[in-house]
Design a protein around this ligand. Structure first.
Ligand code: FE2
Length: 209
């Protein structure tokens, strides 16, 4: 498996693919019949601290690995749940733009992130997509990022703590004049395996709204 968390891949690929502002792509969203395996809000008994770098509205998209940074409360929660935090990063979407359609891992899977976003939460969202040709397979980066070739399957605001499925194809969407900052905590089993959606629903069940 390759992931966008790999620093080498970031140098060679993620910078080029993600870091340029991408013209805002609008698509009307209506609730689909697909089961929601994409997004669940969490009710956590604490507030997630907003890191200092999660402010402002710069023009370039950016993904920043926070290395040793950990939110103390999330660490306590993960200890209690018998899991660990593998990676913490900040994903930034500039005003009036998107990040490209992507999966965080190839081949695509169903692994989760614990996210919280700051910015214009009434408008900004994470969106999930399926190829119009459902037989398409996704095994390597990069993928066809032409949204006209995809159906919009699910959309959610991520302005309060939530689990999101980043193994499925998704983008971020920021139709506001304010920068959209997401703090992403990537949880893992103690042996460093990613946590897949069904596992996450069980592990975090006491906190799922
Ligand atoms: Fe992503």
């Amino acid at each position: 498996m390759t992931t966008i968390y790999d620093p080498k891949l970031k140098e060679e690929f993620v910078r080029e693919y993600f870091y340029k502002g991408i013209e805002l792509y609008e698509r009307p969203y209506t609730v689909s019949d697909y089961p929601n395996i994409y997004h669940q809000y969490l009710q956590l008994p604490f507030e997630i601290k907003r890191p200092d770098l999660c402010y402002g509205s710069p023009t370039d998209a950016k993904i920043t690995n926070l290395h040793d940074y950990r939110d103390e409360n999330i660490e306590q929660l993960h200890n209690k749940l018998g899991i660990k935090t593998l990676i913490v990063e900040v994903v930034y979407t500039p005003p009036n733009s998107n990040l490209p359609i992507h999966s965080d891992a190839m081949p695509i899977d169903n692994h989760v992130k614990l996210n919280i976003t700051w910015g214009n939460s009434d408008k900004a969202a994470t969106r999930w997509w399926l190829p119009k040709d459902r037989t398409t397979t996704f095994n390597t980066f990069p993928i066809n990022s032409d949204r006209n070739d995809y159906d919009l399957i699910y959309q959610a605001h991520t302005n309060s703590p939530c689990l999101i499925n980043v193994g499925q194809l998704h983008d971020s969407y920021n139709p506001s004049n304010e920068g959209r900052w997401t703090l992403s905590t990537i949880p893992a089993h103690m042996d460093n395996r990613f946590i897949q959606w069904d596992e996450a629903m069980e592990i975090y069940k006491d906190y799922i709204i």
